[in-house]
Design a protein around this ligand. Structure first.
Ligand SMILES: Cc1cc2nc3c(=O)[nH]c(=O)nc-3n(C[C@H](O)[C@H](O)[C@H](O)COP(=O)(O)OP(=O)(O)OC[C@H]3O[C@@H](n4cnc5c(N)ncnc54)[C@H](O)[C@@H]3O)c2cc1C
Length: 456
């Protein structure tokens, strides 16, 4: 029986454990903080649970247009109750995941692990004596943690990382979000909807610099309309506590006052102290583990998956890298990771969902593609639902019409992107997408309409 040892119980680790157990391996999963990892306990699941409440607030704020008059007292969020729900849901999800992993026959060892050799993992147990786990295959899936700035030390009260937000007893009066990437934009959108005054400090020309430019512009317009104060080309140099709040000092000397500050300036990998270099596992200058498309590291028998590799920091990618590692190491059929088929969503209001090749890549000449963009404003269902912002964009190859990418900006774009994800994955043509039935009236009708417009 092949012995598999996995360090880290996030999606990179636990999804791999499930695959390895299914393939008949003897699997040990070592985890420090709880099965589900940061994904479930501090990052993805908590933030999307918070956003579920902010969506209700947005719907309530927009309901007058649909003829709904809310009572005298304005709608407000009880942040203590929201946060209690967020934390309880995260713990329950972690327990559910641990239960399904154990049921599959995986042995879970709570503790901190490191490589002693390429065929041996050492665990410092949380309680009780440590142990050595011999292994034919090792998977490193230790994730990442929030990056902090040297002059912006989080204190858990006013200067916060995203992991510390859920201990806030009350809604921040004025939240300064430093960083306008996906995490910063999501929290700016959510706290604005919950009722905080939000300032978004962006070091770049626009929010979401790595996303589709048209989508980012839609979001910026919505932010302006809803009163989010976006400060472009503003790099934070320091964040300090003031008498009853915080002061963010920008590199050009300007200052921004707030009651609280959220630091959303990226992540650093949890790869220190894992014994990597000693065992011949290559890491880059930022500490990310180098892997190939089947998750192999430079050391024989040692694989890595998820945020500790820095390949693409998404739970779905971590899970796929972990599964691929097990399929490969245990001799099953395997397709190497293909980042050109990944679908992802920025959970702002509206959501921004993307799949496949981007317009930026097409404009840079990396791929030849035809494009169409249809605003949702003309879609009947959007009108009925009072949706004014958003669009569907499709990219296809000029000669064959094969769909190579798409963008959807809409409420629940995370669900609407799936037909395009299927099309990209299966190499469907715009003709095939156009001919599939859509429901009338539906937002997905705009996806079929976009495909019809691209038919030759
Ligand atoms: C605010 C936020 C929101 C996000 N939202 C989304 C989203 O909506 N969708 C999405 O796809 N992605 C989202 N992400 C990204 C996603 O959370 C990460 O890509 C994902 O957590 C990576 O999973 P992982 O398995 O690599 O690591 P993690 O989930 O970080 O798990 C790693 C685990 O390893 C453990 N560990 C670390 N060191 C050791 C050690 N030495 N020994 C034993 N155990 C160890 C840790 O305790 C942890 O449990 C979000 C990220 C952030 C910050």
């Amino acid at each position: 029986m092949t012995r598999v040892a996995i360090l880290g119980g996030g999606p990179g680790g636990y999804e791999a454990a499930l695959v390895a157990a299914q393939l008949g391996a003897d699997v040990t999963l070592v985890d420090r903080d709880g099965i589900g990892g940061s994904t479930v306990l501090t990052d993805c699941v908590p933030s999307k649970t918070l956003i579920a409440t902010s969506e209700v607030m947005t719907d309530a704020a927009d309901s007058r247009e649909l003829g709904v008059l809310l009572g005298e007292e304005s709608v407000r969020a009880d942040l203590a109750a929201v946060n209690a729900r967020v934390k309880a849901l995260a713990v329950a999800q972690s327990q559910d995941t641990a239960a399904s992993v154990e049921k599959a026959g995986v042995r879970i060892v709570p503790g901190v692990g490191r490589l002693a050799a390429t065929d041996r993992v050492v665990v410092e147990a949380v309680d009780g004596p440590g142990e050595e786990v011999p292994a034919d295959v090792v998977l490193l899936a230790t994730g990442a943690r929030p990056r902090v700035l040297p002059d912006a030390e989080p204190d858990g009260e006013r200067i916060l990382t995203w992991e510390q937000l859920y201990d806030l007893p009350e809604l921040p009066e004025r939240l300064v979000v430093v960083g306008s990437g996906v995490t910063g934009a999501e929290f700016a959108s959510a706290y604005n909807a919950l009722g905080s005054d939000v300032v978004l400090v962006s070091s770049r020309d626009r929010v979401l610099p790595s996303e589709d430019a048209d989508a980012a512009h839609v979001l910026e317009d919505v932010f302006v309309r809803r009163g989010v104060n976006v400060l472009p080309r503003s790099r934070a140099a320091a964040v300090k506590r003031a008498a009853d709040g915080v002061v963010v000092t920008l590199e050009d000397g300007r200052t921004v006052d707030g009651s609280h500050c959220l630091l959303a300036v990226g992540s650093v990998p949890n790869t220190d102290g894992l014994g990597l270099r000693e065992c011949g596992v290559d890491v880059d200058e930022r500490g990310f583990i180098a892997v190939d498309r089947v998750s192999r590291t430079s050391a024989r028998g040692v694989y890595a998956a998820g945020d500790c590799t820095g390949v693409l920091m998404l739970a779905s990618v971590a899970a796929m890298q972990g599964r691929i590692a097990m399929w490969h190491s245990l001799g099953d059929a395997v397709t190497p990771l293909n980042l050109r088929t990944v679908s992802a969503t920025v959970f702002t209001s509206p959501e921004i969902a993307t799949v496949g090749w981007s317009q930026a890549a097409a404009e840079a000449g990396e791929i030849e593609a035809q494009t169409i963009k249809l605003p949702l404003a003309t879609n009947a269902r959007a009108k009925m639902q009072g949706i004014h912002d958003g669009f569907v964009k499709l990219f296809c190859r000029p000669v064959t019409g094969i769909v190579v990418g798409g963008v959807v900006v809409a409420p629940r774009a995370s669900e609407l992107i799936h037909p395009l994800s299927l099309a990209v994955h299966a190499g469907l043509t715009v003709d095939q997408v156009a001919q599939a039935f859509t429901v009338y009236p539906s937002l997905s009708g705009s996806i079929a309409e976009a495909a019809r417009r691209l038919r030759r």
